[in-house]
Write a protein that binds this ligand. Sequence first.
Ligand SMILES: Cc1cc2nc3c(=O)[nH]c(=O)nc-3n(C[C@H](O)[C@H](O)[C@H](O)COP(=O)(O)O)c2cc1C
Length: 193
Amino acid sequence: MKNIIGIVGSGRRNSNSKRILEYTLKTLNSLGANVEMINILDLNISGCAECNECQKMGECIVEDDLTPLYEQFLNADAIIISTPVYFYSLPGQIKSMIDRFQALWARRYILKIEPKRHGIGGLISIAGSSGKKVFDGVILPVKYFFDVQGKELFEPLLFRNYDGEPENIPDDFLAKIDIWTDEFYKKTYKPDS
Ligand SMILES: Cc1cc2nc3c(=O)[nH]c(=O)nc-3n(C[C@H](O)[C@H](O)[C@H](O)COP(=O)(O)O)c2cc1C
């Protein structure tokens, strides 16, 4: 059975990102995956202090709610981040988590320790505007957050022009999620690399 972890990145509790991720994980579970959802708002995670201690052992010396999650993420077959766009980027809380994965960047690219397993990463993002470049500042950090864990970013699922409430998410969004989720699940069995 595949293990898939989803992370909600929104700064608000009842968020579009959470509703969409719940919907996605429910489908993945019905397809046969073991799923777990983590909300960034439940975690106390400080930012990277750039002490560079991680370059010695490939581990972050800061101890907080992220500490046990490194191994959990590395062992997952797939991870999905579901996040709104804040100022053309990710909300600060989830960006802090991503920055702390510098420890895994050091592990892979300085200490040359390859992740024991490879997998895929999913990105679902939602923005209030319809700007062409509105997701640019989200996609690259997430792509490299996955890369340091040996996970390849799957085609992101992006929703523009939605500032509404989670309860009113349009049906056509849900239809797109269904198609994406199906493809994503198949990919957990056939990673490219
Ligand atoms: C602090 C903040 C910054 C935002 N910045 C942007 C932005 O740069 N571009 C955009 O299109 N929408 C922006 N939005 C709108 C949200 O991305 C949008 O309302 C989204 O649907 C919220 O999703 P959520 O319910 O998962 O938090 C911003 C919202 C907030 C609260």
